[in-house]
Ligand binder design. Structure first.
Ligand code: GLP
Length: 253
């Protein structure tokens, strides 16, 4: 596990964008896994910059998003589908046929989840999975207690996550109560992981993830077992780590 601590959100965006862009340069037909949330937004802005100003093409890239609220149509402003298109895909030259987001309004949700898994397999697996982390250590919508071997499925959200995500809705009672999410096993199958975290609100989750025992109660701890996990965090998110020698560790991209 490579743990890289950078100064702040701006440095994380710069560095995270460079890592993802390097992956696409190295392999133009990369399969990328994307998260939503506020943490990766700067990385997405950086990718848009690289596309616009350095001419990097994403036309051969295949993408899979981690999760989606159950019940929100793709047009809903708070759907993760809408988030990804408005914040990233609309500004790149992606091929819409290669972009995959879970469908929260599928009639047969279970069948959809199995199909989504098969699409990932058919694409050759995910080369680089970018991840955020919930304050309670969740990955995607794999809440505490999720099986560490789980595959894409529907999961109920915890009260904590509903509360944390209520800021995006008018009222907390508008936040959907469940979501489709890639499983922990699905995420672990990716060839490389890039886990991002910023801010002191993530410091406890990051400490548990990097220095705690591996447990389903903190799903992100599973990254300790991944052979190519890169954890990119800012100083505030790293502030509770005991092993401060993580500071400044970097690898060329
Ligand atoms: C949601 C998403 C996660 C994301 C988390 C953190 O719960 N399902 O994939 O990592 O939010 O979001 P933020 O980056 O806004 O803190």
């Amino acid at each position: 596990m490579l743990v890289e601590v950078v100064q702040d959100q701006a440095a994380l965006s710069e560095r995270g964008g460079a890592i993802v862009a390097a992956q696409v340069r190295r392999k133009p037909h990369s399969v990328l896994g994307f998260p939503t949330g506020s943490t990766p937004l700067g990385v997405y802005e950086r990718l848009i910059d690289v596309h616009r100003h350095e001419g990097l093409s994403f036309s051969q890239v295949t993408t899979f998003n981690l999760d989606e609220y159950v019940g929100l149509p793709t047009s809903h402003e708070q759907s993760y589908h809408h988030f990804m298109w408005s914040r990233l895909f609309d500004h790149l030259d992606v091929d819409p046929a290669r972009v995959h987001t879970p469908r929260g309004t599928a009639e047969d949700l279970e069948g959809f989840c199995a199909w989504y898994e098969s699409q990932i397999t058919d694409a050759g697996g995910i080369d680089l999975q970018i991840l955020g982390i919930g304050a309670n250590g969740h990955l995607a919508f794999n809440e505490p207690g999720s099986s560490l071997a789980s595959r894409t499925r529907v999961k109920p959200l915890t009260q904590k996550t509903i509360h944390d995500n209520a800021r995006f809705f008018e009222h907390e009672d508008q936040v959907p109560r469940s979501a489709i999410t890639m499983g922990i096993g699905t995420i672990m199958d990716a060839r490389r992981l890039l886990l991002l975290a910023t801010g002191v609100a993530k410091a406890d989750g990051i400490k548990a993830t990097l220095e705690g025992p591996i447990t389903a109660m903190v799903p992100a701890t599973i990254v300790q077992l991944h052979p190519h996990a890169h954890v990119l965090i800012d100083r505030a998110a790293a502030s509770k780590l005991e092993y401060r020698h993580h500071d400044g560790v970097a690898e060329p991209v």
